[in-house]
Design a protein around this ligand. Structure first.
Ligand code: NAP
Length: 273
């Protein structure tokens, strides 16, 4: 059994990215828009800004009040679209309920849409055209590739259909000739699908959701979920109990999470028209 060490792989990737960033004539700028005071967002944003500092990227936080209007968010996005010092814009999810996040994502111009959540970025991804690809799915693909995990013709059970994880990841896997079954909360007999899979990717957000009985012997397990149990960060997988059932597995923390952050900076360096 091999642990898919996202921390190690992302550190290597970030070191390579730093060498490229150091060679640029002009510093890169990353704008992060945070609306409200979601506690988890606070942690994620601090982490992203810390990475900016380490890589020599100018990270700028635009923190709006919980009661900021949709127009205020859109006006800010539009001014950042026109700001030459800013190469990428992240609108941190979630936003308060009165703001239509998809509408806001669509205001970010594609070249600065580092998260790849806009209709144009997502459409280009589906069509296989150049686009910024959402960081978590892209990070998962990088991790699989790093460990030479073959996807061609493999059965992949993907448990998630969100814009952030499932939809982009489905397309990336299909592009690499995997046979993908996309499951969600209305799927009947989930374990029949997981047991048939060479690779199980779970992004549900429920601790111990994936048990040993649900996994075929020798399968690859990618755990995207993040939950907190007694103050500790855990994934979806009953990790200790599945270890002797799998060939490869991502730990939580230290698996998909660090890869996601590294992909932000890979996307920031990428030129998309
Ligand atoms: P989400 O939109 O809530 O998606 C959860 C998915 O799980 C949905 O597709 C949902 O189905 C499905 N689901 C829920 N209960 C299920 C059940 N009993 N059986 C089968 N499927 C079920 O959340 P998200 O934003 O995609 O994030 C998912 C998880 O990944 C969260 O824990 C999040 O914190 C984590 N995450 C981690 C990273 C990282 O970098 N490590 C990045 C992004 C997200 P429906 O569509 O039918 O509701």
């Amino acid at each position: 059994m091999t642990i898919l060490d996202g921390k190690k792989v992302s550190t290597e990737l970030l070191n390579e990215l730093k060498l490229k960033i150091d060679k640029l004539d002009k510093k890169l700028g990353l704008a992060i828009i945070w609306v409200g005071n979601n506690e988890a967002s606070n942690i994620y944003i601090k982490n992203k800004l810390k990475r900016c500092e380490e890589l020599g990227v100018i990270g700028k936080l635009y923190h709006l009040e919980e009661n900021a209007t949709e127009d205020e968010v859109i006006n800010l996005i539009e001014s950042l679209n026109n700001n030459d010092e800013i190469n990428g814009i992240i609108l941190q999810s979630p936003v308060p309920d009165h703001i239509d996040i998809i509408k806001c994502f669509n205001k970010i111009k594609p070249s600065k849409d580092i998260d790849g959540f806009s209709n144009i970025s997502m459409g280009n991804l589906v069509l296989g055209k150049p686009s910024h690809i959402s960081c978590t799915p892209k990070g998962i693909m990088k991790l699989l590739d790093y460990y030479h995990i073959d996807l061609d013709g493999k059965n992949v059970c993907l448990i998630n259909r969100s814009l952030i994880v499932g939809k982009p990841l489905f397309n990336l896997l299909i592009r690499r000739n995997a046979t993908v079954t996309m499951c969600h909360s209305h799927t009947y007999n989930l374990s029949e699908h997981t047991k048939n899979a060479d690779i199980v990717i779970s992004a549900v957000g429920k601790p111990k959701f994936i048990t040993k009985e649900m996994i075929k012997f020798g399968a690859v397990v990618i755990d995207v979920g993040i939950s907190r149990v007694d103050g500790k960060v855990v994934g979806d997988v009953d990790y200790d109990n599945v270890l002797d059932q799998v060939s490869y597995i991502t730990p939580v923390p230290g698996g998909v999470g660090p890869m996601t952050v590294a992909m932000i900076f890979e996307n920031l360096l990428e030129k998309i028209d």
